[in-house]
Design a protein around this ligand. Structure first.
Ligand SMILES: Nc1nc2c(ncn2[C@@H]2O[C@H](COP(=O)(O)OP(=O)(O)OP(=O)(O)O)[C@@H](O)[C@H]2O)c(=O)[nH]1
Ligand SMILES: [Mg+2]
Length: 198
């Protein structure tokens, strides 16, 4: 049983990563693509998702209470937790809880957003395991992807090493949203989770 915490600043795509993974399992894609034993969803909880009052017409939702997906590969059960990234006290409670109960952490970054504001999110979390994994998400929105990935990867590793004494074990470049032409990056996103729990 592995608990995986998916953390990151607001709107980087944590909930979308969870939904993509659920879709992969429900459509039998995990077994097919990664030659795994039988995979199944045990339980999902997306009830902490809410459309917040906002001035814009956007229908985008935010995670208030952590989303949770319990799944099984073969006879092993695992749980993914994705708290919201917002700064509201109620949302922050979820972040603190998840950062303490998860043995494995995926720190998700939005490649299309400035890095310093995203580091700010981690500055506020006291406890993070000494080794983490990084997902650079929204790769579909970036033109010169290799250059951007190199730059973000270096700066993220430096931030965690120097400021937090945390080692980045692996960096994955992902697209969590189902977007035509980026199926390979969807696969990488699902593979990241499979690799972590294996
Ligand atoms: N283009 C693109 N959009 C994405 C990707 N992943 C997520 N999004 C979009 O980004 C927005 C925020 O996604 P969420 O999954 O709700 O982000 P979150 O990190 O869970 O947000 P909070 O829980 O509120 O912190 C949504 O409009 C998603 O459709 C991606 O890989 N590419
Ligand atoms: Mg969310």
């Amino acid at each position: 049983m592995v608990n995986v915490g998916i953390l990151g600043d607001v709107s980087v795509g944590k909930t979308t990563i969870l939904r993509l993974f659920v879709k992969f399992i429900e459509q039998g894609m995990l077994e097919k693509k990664f030659k795994l034993n039988e995979c199944s969803i045990v339980k999902t909880d997306f009830s902490g998702e809410a459309t917040l009052p906002s001035k814009s017409a956007s229908k985008e939702t935010k995670t208030i209470h952590p989303n949770r997906v319990v799944f099984q590969i073969g006879d092993k059960m695992h749980t993914l937790f994705a708290p919201g990234g917002d700064n509201r006290p109620l949302v922050r409670m979820g972040i603190v809880t998840v950062s303490r109960i998860a043995r494995l952490i995926i720190a998700v970054f939005d490649l299309n957003k400035d890095l310093d504001s995203q580091f700010n999110f981690y500055d506020k979390i006291r406890f993070i395991p000494k080794k983490i994994h990084v997902a650079l998400n929204k790769a579909d929105l970036i033109k010169d992807l290799n250059k951007k990935v190199d730059d973000y990867k270096k700066r993220i590793e430096k931030y965690f090493k120097e400021k937090r004494k945390i080692a980045v074990e692996e960096t994955y470049v992902t697209v969590a949203e189902s977007i035509e032409g980026f199926e390979d990056h969807n696969d990488k996103c699902a593979k990241m989770i499979v690799t972590l729990v294996s």
